[in-house]
Write a protein that binds this ligand. Structure first.
Ligand code: MG
Length: 432
């Protein structure tokens, strides 16, 4: 995680330098209309359903740009999708919303993997669909093996579908390096093949020529992106997401070994890491635009209680606790009369927090829309405090169920109403 911190701190000092240069420049920016807030938009169920744009999404985005088509507030799209490159997603959004979106505004569930440099030179097995090899290489991984490559090298392993079994006796063609880590990007097409081969890799320590070793208490590092159990497409009911695939893998592993499957990292909403990274993108965007007002409020607009609302509230809790810690330290300094400033290292008390650039935000407010997974007419979801029991918690196994975290700050009909509400709350002058 050292390299992770280095990357963000270097980028952070670049932002600081840009800000400092602007402060010294002759032009005096009009800070009155500068945004002190940033927006995080989920995509599926908020802007589109499948390939169909949500009505009024385009209208909402016209409020967010000036007459030159430039954003008047920093905006990041935070999606748990992970089956394409950021540029492709940016192009799709530009087309759907009628405004120009750059890839730097798009955060996929796998984007934080760029920071996991300790795995970039190790041989990693990737699972998912779409251009997984390109995605992995784009993130910095240099030795990447796909499930199909494993199938070809070990033709006797994928036996569920009788039609895919080898027609003639085959022996393994061992020309692949030993797998050292597994990355789950998203749900694959052929679940049975991926479940079988990932289990094989975990139980053989990455060398499929070995026999199963089920007595070990640990397994190869496993990193997973997108823990969504379900997502909303054009169909009336939600569809299986990558979280459902992970439930299968976790249960198969536990049934065979008696041990819990452990993740080195979980990425995508609702993980804190994802919001920390999204906030960093917001700050970078504001600095690039020359906005000097600190971004103190974040608004996260989403359709999923377990993902968007839980994640935003979890990050909000982190920001509040951080603020309280800082105030406590300031009081302590005043009492002891040291007057010394708190250094970045002293300012943090856990590993990953100290590795990331400090956030400027002090709150992250959640806004739930009714155009996706959340259905205000379903009794189960109407009163989350009373109706959702732990037995129907749709969050991932490693996230604790807590009713307060799935309580949205606001509920609005759609993304247009969300933008109007945010502008009103911020008293931000509208362009149109
Ligand atoms: Mg969604």
């Amino acid at each position: 995680m050292r390299a992770f911190g280095l990357v963000l701190r270097t980028a952070s000092s670049l932002v600081a330098r840009q800000q400092s240069r602007r402060t010294c420049g002759s032009a005096s920016p009009n800070r009155k209309n500068e945004p002190g807030f940033g927006l995080l938009f989920d995509i599926d169920g908020v802007l589109v359903r499948g390939k169909t744009p949500i009505p009024r999404a385009k209208k909402a985005f016209h409020k967010l740009v000036d007459s030159n088509g430039q954003f008047i507030v920093p905006v990041v799209f935070v999606t748990n999708a992970g089956n394409c490159l950021r540029q492709k997603k940016a192009d799709q959004l530009s087309h759907i919303l009628g405004v120009s979106i750059s890839q730097d505004q798009v955060m996929m569930s796998h984007s934080p993997l760029k920071m996991f440099r300790k795995y970039h030179d190790k041989c990693v097995l990737v699972s998912g669909q779409g251009p997984v090899l390109d995605i992995a290489k784009n993130l910095g991984f240099t030795k990447v093996v796909s499930i199909d490559m494993l199938r070809e090298s070990f033709p006797l392993l994928d036996m569920v579908d009788h039609n895919r079994r080898p027609k003639v006796p085959s022996s393994p063609v061992v020309n692949l390096p030993k797998v050292e880590a597994v990355i789950l990007f998203g749900e694959p097409v052929r679940w049975e093949t991926n479940l079988q081969l990932i289990t094989d890799v975990l139980l053989t320590g990455g060398n499929l020529s070995n026999v199963y070793e089920t007595s070990h208490s640990s397994h190869l590092p496993l990193l997973a992106c997108n823990v969504d159990l379900m997502w909303m497409a054009e169909a009336q009911a939600p569809r299986f997401g990558h979280g459902t695939f992970m439930v299968c893998l976790e249960n198969i592993y536990k049934k065979i070994t008696g041990q819990e499957l452990k993740y080195e990292a979980l990425m995508g909403k609702p993980s804190e890491l994802t919001y920390h990274y999204a906030e960093y993108l917001i700050r970078t965007q504001a600095a690039e635009r020359g906005w000097r007002s600190p971004i103190t409020s974040l608004y996260a607009v989403g359709d999923n209680l377990m993902t968007d609302i839980y994640g935003a509230n979890l990050y909000n809790r982190y920001l509040k606790e951080r603020l309280a810690r800082k105030s406590g330290q300031a009081v302590q300094q005043a009492l002891t009369g040291t007057g010394a400033s708190v250094s970045q290292d002293e300012d943090t008390d856990n590993d990953w927090e100290s590795e990331l650039a400090s956030p400027s935000a002090t709150s992250c407010k959640s806004i739930l829309v009714c155009t996706g997974v959340y259905n205000p007419h379903m009794e189960l979801l109407r009163d989350t405090n009373h109706c959702i029991k732990e037995t129907v918690f749709h969050g991932h196994r490693d996230f604790r169920f807590e009713p307060a975290l799935i309580e949205p700050g606001n509920v609005v009909q759609d993304v247009h109403a969300a933008v109007e509400l945010i502008f009103e709350m911020e008293k931000f002058p509208t362009q149109i």
